[in-house]
Design a binder for this molecule. Sequence first.
Ligand SMILES: [Zn+2]
Length: 416
Amino acid sequence: MRLRTRLGAGVAGALNGVSRRLGLGRGTVLGGRAGMAIAPGALAELAAGRLVALVSGTNGKTTTTALLAAALEVGGRRVVTNSTGSNMPAGHFAALAQGAGGTPVVLEVDEGYLPGSVETLEPKVVVLLNLSRDQLDRSNEVRMVAGRWRRALAGSRATVVANADDPLVVYGAELAGSLLWVAGGARWRADAAGCPACGGRIEYSVDSWSCRCGFTRPRPEVSAVEEAGTTTAVFADGRRLPVTLAIPGAFNRRNALMAMAAAGALGVPAEVALAAMGRIEGVAGRFSLRRVQGVLTRVLLAKNPAGWEELLDVVAPGTGPVVVAINARIADGRDPSWLWDVPFERLAGRPVVATGERSADVSVRLHYAGVEHQRVGDPAQAVVLAGRLGAAGADGEAVEFIGNYTAFHDLLRVGA
Ligand SMILES: [Zn+2]
């Protein structure tokens, strides 16, 4: 390894440590940026010869990255990952600077950065979860992202583990030399109504999709079968394995199926991978139960209509109070008009509190959804109020707090 690369990696590690000690956050971006400034081109060198797995998609990448890392940590093997969610090159640099040269690396990758990361890091496996609208003010149109994935993966030697249920993912993946299709589910279809291949209309049936141009759902190697709140992995050869996780939600069990397939491509048996993933109890604060001003609260993150649709499935069986927290800072996307695509109607009849810097937008949306609610600007105070409203029902359920990106992280800080 070049001296400059070693120096860059050392500086990244040192800066991250200082940043942590000063309480400035985990500092992965700061250290990574400094390291890359010292040693441009070092990313490729740090990744060379290592087992690299990349995870991308609009929703679920942080969780799937954690699940895959857990599955690869078999037999006490150390795995390096960007668990703080710093999913662009500076964060990748900071992660790659850790661990000895031979340590496997599992990286979450921002959708827009995936083509560059595939070229630079030469991954063994790439996991593609889904593509939908996110951050309306600054993201490319999703079909354009799928087209860029397609060009990047056509020349890659990676095994691509791709969600056969999402037409945009299939379009992005299908030219890869080594493909493993997984029926990973696609609850949200509104962003894939048009065919990415011809611009025609995709026809959906219960468990498949196709277009008149011949672009159609590939046959999956493994599918998620959901019955009565449980998920079973069903393999093409008929083998069946239960997918049991400590974290909630059918979408997480489908993410686990994708991670299981990726781990399999890297030599970890499905049973071993599933057992390891089942022990994960929370991912970077997501799904965690904690006390916020004394009120038991489950903290959930949803940042776009597709993510909300999935999380509403998780909270829908309950009757307890729900806090909807929305900000519109740069990290959230400045344009909150996507709130009109979220089916908030499903919250009608339960205690709901709107909060966050855009609580007024949430309130108008809830009003038109026919959801009675109260509005409190401060998220912690909103949880306290929701706790009181919930106590009236005397069911003792935790408050469900669902926030978008910065609203979620703000609450983790007060509820630590
Ligand atoms: Zn078509």
